[in-house]
Write a protein that binds this ligand. Structure first.
Ligand SMILES: *Cc1c(COP(=O)(O)O)cnc(C)c1O
Length: 434
């Protein structure tokens, strides 16, 4: 496909004008289909999710031992009703949200306090399992707590893991890999927070810093890793393992909804709002949700007005062949996990039949919502994780079908927060700096 100029795109897709002007916009995906039809367009399926889920179950005895803060080795977070926050939103935006409002608290995930504790940790575990099998070290008569023994650590010490990250993926990969005994390097972009670098270094992780943005850190990390056959590079843009680690969330949420007697069907639709950076986290979770809950779960990605890479990629159908810079956007946002200029083409293409839409949110809105959530519910999220919170307002104001049913459930994915140091969180709350 030929590369169009900005003005050619604006003529074809008028909504892009508002994107260029950095307005908060909602884009509805015209390619969304029934789940059954969508599945014919991807080689990924339920079998892959079950495989990932089974693997996490095998590793539970190890995780329980290595990370006692997990729930018997299961890395999962609460699904919390937030009625006070719902009233805050209704008052602030002068609207009615007739349905329920729930928060998926991935801010409280054990081990690394963000959504990356799903995909990131899963990929490291899968790699460790493969190495153990190939080295004939795995004793099938014992459970996986055997991974927490010196022979396994000696094996992993001969292997390397590398990742490029704006922060939270680096934390997950770094903490998990170091615990297993790998040599691990995290390539970090300029916008990564100092405390994340310090924390990783304190765990023996090798941190390399770049003055460029996220894509550059990933590119450089990939290049160095490719030159070394003993190094496994965690590829945030293309990894199916990461994606599947996230996708396991679908069946887990389905079970949590059932426990809370929340039905999902035509008369009881579920809207889910997922902060999106490169796309793997929200994409994997949305894919898992669609497979677990079917046609009446409607997933939307939320991006900063300065970094709407997935929206632009999917709207134009150009995926990783366009960047936010092509539309004059600077990719500068306080939502550091979301400061991504080019989306994953793998995720964008996979999500084409499954995603209801994308919307953008201003940084100032993130801080306003952060404070409201802390004040009303005493739940503390990092700025990126608030991108989902405006979702119910967006879909109701935009009059999306079934968004304002009294039986609609709105689920905001709170992607991170618990690892943020208290003084940093206080600055977010007062919004006196970045
Ligand atoms: C990584 C991250 C996201 C987005 O995930 P991607 O896979 O990059 O799209 C959202 N919120 C937080 C807090 C994150 O760390």
């Amino acid at each position: 496909m030929n590369k169009k100029t900005q003005s050619e795109w604006l003529e074809k897709l008028p909504l892009l004008q508002s994107v260029v002007e950095q307005k908060e916009v909602l884009w509805c995906n015209p390619s969304v289909e029934w789940v059954a039809a969508g599945l014919l367009k991807t080689h990924l399926s339920k079998v892959d999710i079950v495989d990932a889920s089974d693997r996490l179950e095998r590793f539970a005895p190890y995780l329980a031992k290595a990370f006692p803060d997990t729930d018997k080795g299961v890395i999962e977070s609460p699904l919390t009703p937030i009625p006070k926050m719902k009233r805050e939103l209704e008052t602030a935006y002068a609207i009615q949200i007739p349905g329920k409002l729930l928060l998926k608290q991935d801010n409280a995930l054990p081990i690394s306090g963000s959504i990356k504790a799903r995909g990131g940790i899963y990929e490291v575990l899968k790699h460790a399992e493969t190495l153990a099998i190939n080295s004939q070290l795995l004793d099938s008569t014992k459970d996986y707590s055997q991974f927490d023994t010196p022979v396994f650590r000696e094996l992993f010490a001969k292997h390397k893991i590398a990742v490029g990250s704006t922060g939270n993926l680096g934390l997950s990969i770094g903490i998990m890999s170091a615990k297993l005994g790998f040599h691990v390097t995290v390539h970090m972009s300029a916008d990564a927070k100092q405390w994340k670098k310090d924390l990783l270094r304190s765990k023996g992780v090798h941190v390399v810093e770049y003055i460029d943005d996220y894509s550059k850190a990933v590119e450089e990390g990939r290049r160095q890793a490719e030159a070394d056959p003993s190094c496994h590079f965690v590829d945030d843009e293309n990894s199916i393992d990461l994606f599947m680690g996230y996708a396991v969330a679908g069946e887990r949420v389905a079970a949590q909804l059932k426990e809370q007697n929340i039905i999902v069907d035509e008369a009881h639709p579920l809207f889910v709002y997922l902060p999106c950076g490169v796309g793997g986290g929200p994409g994997g979770v949305a894919f898992g949700l669609k497979l677990a809950l079917g046609d009446h779960v409607h997933c939307l990605f939320a991006e900063p007005t300065h970094s709407p890479c997935m929206m632009i990629g999917m709207m134009t159908g150009m995926h990783d062949q366009v960047s936010v810079a092509d539309f004059g956007l600077d990719n500068k946002t306080a939502a550091d996990g979301l400061a991504v200029g080019t989306a994953s083409a793998f995720v964008g293409k996979t999500m084409e039949p499954f995603l209801t839409g994308c919307y953008t949110v201003e940084d100032q809105t993130l801080f306003t919502l952060l404070k409201k959530l802390a004040d009303s519910e005493d739940i503390w999220l990092e700025p990126s994780a608030l991108a989902g919170m405006i979702g119910p307002v967006q879909v109701i104001q935009s009059k999306l079908p079934s968004a304002d049913f009294k039986n609609t459930t709105h689920l905001v994915w709170g992607t991170g927060g618990n690892m943020v140091p208290a003084d940093e969180m206080k600055r977010y709350y007062n919004h006196t700096g970045k």
